[in-house]
Design a protein around this ligand. Structure first.
Ligand code: IMP
Ligand code: MG
Length: 193
């Protein structure tokens, strides 16, 4: 094959597709702003739980990226646990009816537990998880949420550690998805309509 016919190593077709999808996302909170806020949350958590062990529970999948960054900023000994929830909902809104798809691997009884959420939107998912975990008799239970959208709250959630309070916009990136896409963006963006 002549060199002119071969596709160059950075395939132009793929590059165009990537650019087109990135253009649908308007930058909202930068990677450096996220990192600074996560560091501050980690400092607060480390101070509050000084001298104790902490079980961090990641709510899959949205909190996964935040969770892994936050865990590295927590300076007390931690155990990492994961809980998966499926909500019986449409593309972007929960009904509040939630099913556990993956449960934590170890008992939470007698432990200091911090539930790590991506976003408290209506609050229904977080409220469900709090009552579920509370029933397992942890020594303490608190919620850490990267984002809170108070305009959409349907139920009160006591958030001990919050990253950012945001307006009623649909955000993607840094773990958050729209129809399973955009989770790997290193920043938070708002989808253009
Ligand atoms: P809830 O309405 O507080 O129960 O939130 C349920 C879930 O909806 C969250 O954990 C997210 O996975 C998803 N969600 C809510 N708002 C957004 C958003 O702006 N972007 C992406 N996912 C969202
Ligand atoms: Mg989602």
């Amino acid at each position: 094959m002549s060199p002119r016919r071969r596709r160059p190593s950075s395939a132009p077709v793929k590059a165009r597709t990537k650019r087109a999808s990135a253009e649908r996302v308007r930058p909202f909170i930068s990677a450096s702003a996220l990192a600074a806020r996560v560091k501050a949350l980690g400092r607060a958590i480390s101070r509050d739980y000084a001298g104790r062990r902490l079980t961090l529970v990641c709510v899959l999948k949205g909190a996964a990226l935040f969770f892994s960054d936050l865990a590295r900023e927590v300076k007390v000994p931690v155990e990492l646990e994961f809980i998966g929830v499926t909500s019986y909902a449409g593309a972007s809104e929960t009904s509040g009816e939630v099913r556990i798809s993956t449960d934590v691997a170890r008992p939470l009884a007698g432990k200091d537990v911090l539930l790590v959420e991506d976003i408290v939107d209506t609050g229904l998912t977080a409220a469900f998880l709090v009552s579920l975990l509370q029933a397992r008799n942890p020594k303490s239970l608190a919620v850490c949420a990267l984002l809170e959208k108070p305009a959409r709250a349907k139920t009160a959630v006591d958030i001990a550690y919050r990253g950012f309070v945001i307006p009623d916009v649909f955000v993607v990136g840094y773990g958050l998805d729209f129809q399973e896409r955009y989770r790997n963006l290193p920043y938070l963006g708002v989808l253009r309509g």
